[in-house]
Design a protein around this ligand. Structure first.
Ligand code: NAD
Length: 349
């Protein structure tokens, strides 16, 4: 499929493929849908095998942002950008600056935030070129983790008063979000199993929270109540699905299912799955509050992700439909109720 065919098939508004020979930048900015407002999404920096792989990732991530914002009740559209480079590159500042100039060219239709491979300091640099930047003042990961934990609690049918004591949760990935997830679960007395490809992170979490460490490629098949993927996307593949022992899959990792059809596979096996774009919306809620300069009620709204998760799971059960399809339908219904209304452009002053 050509890019324009993909854009038509998946209803993308704008995709910018960037190449700056001076800095060596290769990047993509994808704006999926601005029905609800300007698109917001992180800048991911990662060494992809090719620029086509970077493009494919940007498209998947941007589309998920549209549904995430819609289900979180935010007046934001879905977008994402990726820089095809190793985050440890000595030229990262030049690459970020070059990428930021391309973002500035979109005139506010894409608001950048942090993502894997970028930090609030990077966003400060981007802010020199782009007037509106999210997650410059704070890392949204705590809020993301809090929403994931609220989803786990809600899916298990617990209230925050009952807590997660006695639950066994296996967390894959101990980075920004995973470490907060572990800390929040430990506070509630959950039993923890953890795994990461970074041995130092595993040691730190094991020693600090008394978690059981397992090899990174085994954590998702732990015999736990819940597996919580907080590393990269496509963690749940067909072979992993066949070996899953947990009854719940709820985590932060974006696009965690290698293929959307796996949502049906999870349902058939009776495994409860809160879609990633529902469970991990806490960071986006915090970014939106930061942009408005009003943090009031932000924690309640993040905890409210648990109610959204329950509504989706209940509907999925009642209609014998997988939870991803139910969540997508709800998100698309909200978008349809606001059309015509796209594309969003800043009002002329
Ligand atoms: P991060 O880069 O800080 O952490 C990722 C961790 O996963 C690292 O410790 C890494 O070593 C580990 N890892 C990588 N591959 C692994 C593997 N195969 N097995 C086990 N561990 C592995 O990223 P993050 O910010 O914590 O984000 C984690 C996930 O959550 C990503 O998919 C991200 O897109 C998603 N997410 C993050 C946020 C946020 O607020 N940071 C918001 C929404 C979604």
């Amino acid at each position: 499929m050509t890019l324009s065919q993909t854009m038509a098939a998946r209803d993308f508004e704008q995709v910018v493929v960037c190449r700056d020979p001076n800095s060596g930048l290769e990047s993509v900015i994808a704006v999926h849908d601005t029905t609800l407002g300007p698109s917001l999404g992180g800048i991911r920096m990662r060494a992809y095998p090719s620029q086509d792989a970077a493009l494919a990732d940007a498209l998947d991530l941007a589309e998920a942002m549209t549904y995430k914002a819609a289900l979180a009740g935010l007046e934001l559209g879905g977008g994402k950008s990726v820089i095809n480079a190793d985050p440890t590159s000595p030229h990262r500042r030049e690459l970020l600056a070059a990428h930021a100039r391309y973002i500035a060219g979109l005139g506010g239709r894409y608001i950048p935030a942090v993502d894997m491979g970028t930090s609030p300091e990077d966003l400060e640099l981007v802010g020199h070129y782009v007037p509106t930047v999210a997650s410059q003042r704070r890392d949204p990961s705590y809020f993301t983790a809090r929403g994931v934990v609220a989803s786990i609690r809600a899916a298990l049918g617990l209230t925050s008063a009952t807590g997660l004591r006695d639950a066994h949760v296996a967390v894959q990935g101990l980075g920004h979000v995973g470490r907060h997830v572990v800390a929040l679960l430990a506070e509630e007395g959950a039993r923890l199993t953890v795994g990461d490809i970074d041995a130092a992170r595993v040691r730190e979490v094991r020693d600090r929270f008394g978690a059981t460490a397992v090899p990174a490629d085994e954590v998702l098949i732990t015999d736990a109540d819940v597996v919580c993927p907080c590393a990269g996307g496509a963690a749940i593949t067909e072979p992993v699905l066949d070996r899953l022992k947990a009854r719940y899959v709820i985590g932060a990792a974006n696009n965690v299912l290698a293929d959307q059809s796996l949502a049906g596979g999870l349902m058939q096996r009776g495994i409860v799955h809160v879609p990633d774009f529902v469970a991990n919306a806490g960071g986006l809620i915090a970014c939106e509050a930061e942009l408005r300069g009003d943090d009031s009620g932000v924690l309640d709204r993040v905890d409210g992700i648990g109610d959204t998760a329950v509504a989706i799971l209940s509907r999925a059960q009642a209609t014998h439909t997988d939870s991803v399809s139910v969540a997508l339908e709800l998100a698309r219904t909200r978008l349809a109720s606001r059309r015509p209304g796209r594309p969003w452009f800043p009002s002329a002053s």
